[in-house]
Design a protein around this ligand. Structure first.
Ligand code: SF4
Length: 370
């Protein structure tokens, strides 16, 4: 059940097709992307609205013929939604190279849904001077591609876009800080809905909605019940899994999701010019397993648990998500060694077995006995 505070965001998410059509009818040109490692600021600075392509809760029928079995449900559902015409308002597609599945699907998208401009941006894995130069030249190439497609990129425009996205991330970080203090009157379902709305509307509008939301927050809030947990994993689209977690005795006080905190930290990068700042933020992002090792992620996750006073971890993975599933054995062992309880939930494209999942989670939270 979505709260009144999150309702304006829910309206956008539930009416996504209409939202995109309205933007297009206002003369905005829309560029789709899958992963948050795509430089949305550069796309925005070139005069386009970046739109994160989301999947759907519905059944998959057409996408089976185009995608292999071992692909995450999110991407298959995104293809299904594309084939059903939900993204016909998109002009092009730009994807920052993260997991192989997403980049493979980008090519399937171009061939079947069409995308002009279309580009996959190569990304470095390590932070060295050479990597930063490599990324700079990739970003300059992308700016050229967008220019040829009618875009209008300049350093000044990039500075403005960095500012607007930075302000959005700062407000989201404020919400996270309140959440870490266990005094945010929003369920995990509300929170995900708020994040998702930001993927499919213009950043100017989203920024103003976040201001309204923060202004409407009550001064005090009952910390509520439930075991405080950190949810870590790949992207979550369906809010249902979060609702089940909270109905079963957990309370999400922190997340490590690309439909969550990983998209917002840090708010800004540093550097002598706007492009340097964009690159610096990219290099200092809260790490995703598709771009970093489990050893690198572990201390950051432990810090996050400490900061948010979470006492257990719930991993939520898309089935077949290689980057997250590869990190899991190491992270799970490390948490066990530290006496931190954890449980793993896998998201299948056929949907969640609600009863079974509730029973597992209830036993898990009872065992913690918080
Ligand atoms: S959920 Fe995993 S497989 Fe799917 S797009 Fe993200 S990183 Fe790739």
């Amino acid at each position: 059940m979505i709260s009144d505070l999150a309702r304006p965001f829910d309206e956008i998410v539930r009416n996504m097709d209409q939202e995109l059509q309205t933007l297009a009818s206002e003369g905005k040109r829309l560029i789709g992307y899958f992963c948050t490692y795509t430089p949305v600021e550069l796309i925005h600075a070139s005069g386009f609205i970046p739109v994160r392509i989301l999947g759907d809760a519905g059944t998959v029928e057409k996408a089976y013929t185009l995608t292999p079995d071992f692909i995450c449900p999110y991407l298959r559902k995104a293809v299904e939604k594309g084939l059903n015409g939900s993204y016909k308002c998109l002009d092009g597609l730009v994807q920052g190279y993260t997991c192989d599945a997403a980049c493979g699907v980008a090519n399937i998208w171009e061939a079947n849904m069409g995308a002009d401009p279309f580009h996959i941006l190569p990304l470095p894995y390590v932070d060295q001077d050479e990597s930063r130069s490599f990324l700079r030249s990739g970003l300059e190439d992308l700016a050229e591609i967008l220019k040829r497609a009618g875009g209008d990129f300049s350093q000044e425009r990039l500075a403005d876009s960095l500012d607007i996205y930075g302000r959005i991330r700062t407000l989201m970080s404020e919400l996270y800080e309140i959440r870490y203090e266990h005094r945010l009157p929003l369920s995990a379902e509300d929170f995900l809905t708020i994040v998702q709305a930001g993927f499919i509307t213009a950043p100017e509008r989203y920024l103003s909605m976040l201001h309204d939301l923060i202004d409407a927050l009550p001064e005090t809030c009952d910390p509520g019940e439930g075991v405080p947990i950190l949810v870590s994993g790949s992207l979550i689209e369906e809010t249902k899994v979060l609702r089940i977690i909270e109905e079963s005795g957990g309370r999400v006080v922190a997340d490590d999701l690309c439909t969550g905190m990983r998209n917002f930290v840090p708010a800004y990068g540093h550097g002598s010019d706007p492009m340097d700042q964009l690159i610096d933020r990219f290099m200092n992002r809260f790490p995703c397993p598709s771009r970093s090792s489990a050893e690198y992620r572990l201390p950051r996750l432990l810090d996050l648990m400490k900061h948010s006073k979470a006492c257990a971890m719930v991993f939520v993975f898309q089935k077949y998500c290689t980057p997250h599933l590869s990190d899991y054995p190491f992270l799970n062992d490390a948490l066990k060694d530290k006496g931190i309880p954890s449980i793993m939930v896998e998201l299948d494209e056929t949907g969640i077995m609600e009863g079974q999942l509730k029973t597992r989670l209830e036993s898990f939270f009872e065992m913690i006995g918080w």
